[in-house]
Write a protein of this length. Structure first.
Length: 287
């Protein structure tokens, strides 16, 4: 487990952050999660571009250029040495005074961690996830825009905590209008009447890189694809539902609120899984 911080790569357990960092005090910052597979960093430049968009959306200047950041990620991945791993880049507003005003923070901090991450145990992945509908709603864009991958994940944390306490694997978050957005750390897809459907980002979904990859690989599923609003009913009526994310990969959903989804046959995710794995190898940056 390695970390890049201020031009130095060291053991991730030894990295330190100030208790006056506004990332810690207020969740003021942005982050990225990137899959390393087959010794390659998957769609590295697209992840850095999304990080830059998140940072711009909250008025935070990245302390490194995209090229320097890519070099830091690759150097940390090389130091870590594992062909299957996960990259976490985080940029905080930096050290400031004890007040929410970010003006007192003069220098953003950037950490790049390379470690392993497995979002669900193998057995759960094989069986399919048991999801519940969260009692927490996804915030609207004028509250805390879910398109910004910010360090403020309390909404996600509380939904995940509720799901785990109730014995589920994860939770589906609806928005205030009752539209499905995503789960706590991944996007959602449903196969509905022979169409592969995923909710639009405007409903409160992160513009996931894995989601985008599934959309690019959709020919493998043999199905047309639509990005449109769906409700809880659509998930319950779907033939297949699955998650996509850098941490999760592609994972089938077995049930929602204990109602079984589909017949148990999962041909669409099976064909997409193969196409996604191939895409990941051919679109990764070797280190
Ligand atoms: C809330 C949320 N939605 C969706 C995703 C999936 O995005 P990506 O495929 O870019 O990892 C993530 C991160 O993995 C996430 O944290």
């Amino acid at each position: 487990m390695k970390v890049w911080h201020r031009n130095h790569i060291g053991d991730a357990r030894e990295a330190r952050v100030s208790i006056f960092d506004h990332g810690l005090l207020y969740g003021d910052g942005v982050f990225e999660g990137i899959r390393i597979t087959g010794g390659r960093v998957f769609r590295l430049h697209d992840h850095i571009a999304r990080l830059a968009r998140s940072a711009r959306a909250i008025g935070l200047e990245l302390p490194l250029t995209p090229d320097a950041l890519a070099a830091a990620v690759l150097a940390t991945a090389r130091a870590n040495g594992e062909a299957e791993a996960y990259v976490r880049i985080l940029v905080t507003r930096g050290v400031g005074e004890l007040g929410v005003d970010p003006a007192s923070c003069k220098e953003p901090e950037l950490f790049c961690i390379v470690a392993s991450l497995r979002m669900f145990p193998d057995e759960v992945r094989r069986q399919g996830l048991r999801l519940m509908t969260s009692s927490w709603r996804r915030p609207a864009a004028d509250v805390l825009d879910p398109q910004v991958k910010s360090l403020n994940y309390l909404n996600n944390v509380l939904a995940k905590r509720e799901a785990r306490l109730k014995g589920f694997d994860d939770a589906v978050l609806l928005n205030a209008a009752g539209h499905v957005t995503e789960v706590t750390g991944a996007n959602l897809f449903a196969v509905l009447d022979g169409v592969l459907v995923t909710p639009p980002t405007i409903d409160g979904a992160l513009p996931g890189i894995t989601r985008d990859t599934v959309l690019r690989c959709r020919a493998a599923s043999g199905l047309p694809c639509e990005v449109r609003s769906i409700g809880r009913y659509d998930l319950l009526a779907a033939d297949e539902v699955f998650l996509s994310g850098s941490g999760a990969g592609l994972v089938s959903v077995a049930s929602l609120d204990d109602a079984v989804i589909g017949t148990g046959a999962r041909p669409v995710i099976a064909s997409l899984q193969a196409a996604y794995t191939e895409y990941a190898i051919s679109h990764g940056v070797p280190f």
